[in-house]
Design a protein around this ligand. Sequence first.
Ligand code: NDP
Length: 251
Amino acid sequence: MRGLYNQVAVIAGGGRGIGKAIAEKLSSYGCKIIIGSRTQEQYLGTAEQLRQNGGEAHGLMLDVQDQGSIQHFVKQAYKLYGRIDSFVYCAGINKRVPAEQYSVEAWDEVIGVNLRGGFMSCQEVGKRMIEQGSGSIVTITSMLSHIGTPNQSAYAASKGGMMQYSKVLAVEWAKYGIRVNAVSPGYIETDLTAGNFKKESFREAVLGKTPMGRFGGTGEVAEAVCFLASPEASYITGTCIPVDGGFLAGH
Ligand code: NDP
């Protein structure tokens, strides 16, 4: 993906897990990276690691539940290079509770990070991209944007919502030269899923439904994000690439 060379890429939720792998991969293709998340150790640590590997990277504080924090983050990010070529919305949380017991507080928190935060962040970055007349946004959705699984009602609602929101942005912002796409990862071992991955029954059940018969890695998700973010995907907007070893195809 040669077109990514020298581009400016901003990753919300890029300090660890899948977001960190996206930052690493985009950096390896020559992007200048700006990472945002809540935990200083994570966003500064990842940026430092990228610099040690020869990349150009910055880490900034970002709490996607706070509109003021998002506005400050995007302003600072934009100031660094005077443009934002790619934006990846990767911040996400999950709370697994049976639907009939889901508290309003837990629901608001999950929707707040995964969907409301995505809306506020894409809107803020989108304003800059509209001004510059170009840009690419990739949202990290989930298999639960497409199918239901038990105990994840808020997560599935947020990810389904983010999927549809991305499509609407693609339709509205195509005229400004902005492409918007999504990547739906299958089960990937990170902090978010560590509890599940510890259970042999979970591993067996998922692998049994995964045609490729193995779990994916964060780098494999990152590669799909890089493609959608890159100018090589110049005629692709409003779509979603599942990176799930065929899981969704079998449902
Ligand atoms: P992790 O828990 O490893 O990482 C979550 C990231 O989101 C961290 O960088 C975290 O920052 C950030 N984040 C959470 N809340 C906020 C907030 N309020 N403000 C700013 N940043 C925040 O999870 P994954 O890497 O697994 O997940 C990344 C994305 O991929 C999520 O959107 C998730 O839903 C999605 N996904 C993951 C799958 C998987 O199997 N792992 C499958 C499908 C989708 P901090 O370090 O500051 O907490």
